[in-house]
Design a protein around this ligand. Sequence first.
Ligand code: ZN
Ligand code: ZN
Length: 376
Amino acid sequence: MDDIKISKKYSLPKEMKAWILKSPNELELKTKAIPTPSYSEVLVKIDAVAICATDLDVISYGPPALIEGEKPFNKEFTPGHEYMGTVVALGPSVDEFQIGDRVTVEIHSGCGQCKRCRMGMYTSCHNYGLNYGKKNKGHRANGFTSDGGFKQYAINHINTLIKVPDNMTDEEATLVVTAGTTMYGLTELGGLVAGESLVVIGPGPIGLLGVAVAKALGADPVILIGTRNDRLEIGKKLGADFALNVNEEDDIVNSVKSLVGDLGVDYVVECAGTEKALDDAIMMTNRGGKICLAAFPHDPIKVNIPHMVINNIYMYGIRGEGKSATHRAMAFMKQKRFNAKLVHTHTFKMNELPTALKYAKERIDGAIKVVIKPWE
Ligand SMILES: [Zn+2]
Ligand SMILES: [Zn+2]
């Protein structure tokens, strides 16, 4: 392809270092060929990648990763999906981005032709995982159905790129996709408007940035529920009006109602994924209120459906970051409406990935968001 523009400034080697997933929990450092960008694609030199709880699931358990229709093990697959970097080569016809642009990336590039993609819900693409052989529908989800970011270079569709302002650090830019996920859940899927009351259950990265985005959108009050006081304190700095430790309250549903009134809260963003948290969410939501499910329970869960039906309570799952919500999250972060950097606790080098994953998984030393910076 003679149309590809390659940087003179960034000399490109033929091969790169990449972590690949062998058996569950087994990663190996190898070399891979650097791929060539096709139409509507660019090559990104990865400058930082954050570890997400879903990466830990993919590495130890498999789903939601799906490589060639199967679990992602022993398929030369590189996980990692929350990355940012520098554009170093442009595919034919790409003029939306320039070589040298700093970009952070969304995970999903849908097939662009199914019903959901046509609605902008490309994270719910009906052709999820169909990106190989005769089943290639063009779907991509970095670190889930195609190669991810625990390596030096990645191909990205231009629809997945968000420009990073000069004054934003690489580490902060990796958090845009997490903030964008909560933005999608609250606004595009949830219809939140200013003045509605909101509870977030579970102060992990998505819950904490959910607090921040909800506050920036004008939710009032914003209440955070968790079990670790250090994380609840960070939630307050990100905009929670109240932070409740579930272990220190007699009845968390009553505690919430004492803050918002007996009718209950307008929105709950459920980021814990336990049966108790889900049932609490149902019981604290007011009639006609909404519950956004942002955690992945591994097993089916029993909850109070009759109460939901009688009270016209909506419950909806959120998968990823649709409808370009990441761009709106970036607008908030660029304007410094909240300090996302508060959730970034640790940084490791790319060759220390196994240690970094251990910190994230076991929450060593208060780890919340662990970011990997590349090899020198
Ligand atoms: Zn993630
Ligand atoms: Zn699609």
